[in-house]
Design a protein around this ligand. Structure first.
Ligand SMILES: C[S@@+](CC[C@H](N)C(=O)[O-])C[C@H]1O[C@@H](n2cnc3c(N)ncnc32)[C@H](O)[C@@H]1O
Length: 234
């Protein structure tokens, strides 16, 4: 077995945690579920039991081939090989024990999509970052997440529940969308935060618009930051 750290290959070993994750997505027979990272399929069969259809994408070709053999009898499952973020898959629900290195990509990708809900496992620190509402540690990703998504922590998962165990504990979060943003706005919010220490007047000047305020990004409500990004992106 190839253990590729860059692919975040820490496999969940607990069937009861897998069941809790799938149950908390409240999947019905109308739902098309996307799973990012099939791995050894600890979630995949459970998802297929509940959903109309499951599309499970795995980037590692060896794991993809093994899953094809293991799940060849499952009629409502489509297995795909490759990078899930480069595919244009329609889904109603996303369920994934995310590769940690893709957590930020996933949130930026989700805020640009329409879907019913997502249940994903992320590192505890990343969940805390998403929940930052103000202060110096607030990041572009915190603004995008709190403006676009309702996020709830639903389950803490100790690192001992994975093989090989990661360095940190995880948390399963549920996500319900509120607003959708374009790729250009997501990019602009990231750009605004690259000048984070400056006043918004100064940042506006750098980005070609006039803003009559000396506030800093960390003091501004999410909606105001998004409005500024929209003015810049026009
Ligand atoms: C944390 S493991 C979870 C595997 C399995 N679902 C589980 O719960 O044990 C993440 C999986 O995602 C795969 N992966 C990493 N990046 C990916 C990407 N961009 N698209 C699809 N799969 C990816 C890894 O190879 C790995 O199998």
């Amino acid at each position: 077995m190839i253990k590729r750290r860059s692919l975040g290959q820490h496999f969940l070993t607990s069937n009861s945690i897998a069941k809790s994750i799938v149950d908390s997505a409240h999947i019905s027979k109308d739902d098309i579920v996307l799973e990012i990272g099939t791995g050894h399929g600890v979630l995949t069969q459970l998802l297929c039991n509940d959903a109309k259809q499951v599309i499970s994408v795995e980037k590692d070709p060896v794991l993809y081939s093994k899953a094809r053999d293991a799940f060849s009898h499952v009629s409502n499952l489509t297995l795909e090989k490759g990078d899930a973020f480069k595919k244009d898959i329609e889904f109603t629900i996303l369920v994934s024990n995310l590769p940690y290195s893709e957590s930020r990509t996933t949130i930026e990708w989700l805020v640009q999509r329409k879907f019913k809900c997502a249940v994903v496992m992320v590192q505890k620190e990343f969940a805390q970052k998403l929940a930052k509402k103000d202060g110096k540690e607030r990041r572009a990703i915190s603004v995008l997440a709190s403006y676009c998504l309702d996020i709830e922590n639903i389950l803490n998962v100790k690192k001992t529940n994975f093989r090989p165990p990661p360095k940190v504990d995880s948390v399963v979060i549920s996500i319900v969308p509120k607003h959708v943003l374009s790729e250009q706005i997501v990019h602009t919010v990231n750009k605004l935060f690259s000048f984070k220490r400056k006043t918004i007047r100064h940042i506006g000047k750098k980005m070609g618009i006039e803003i009559d305020s000396d506030k800093r990004l960390e003091e501004m409500p999410d909606g105001e930051i998004i409005d500024i990004a929209k003015r810049i992106a026009k």
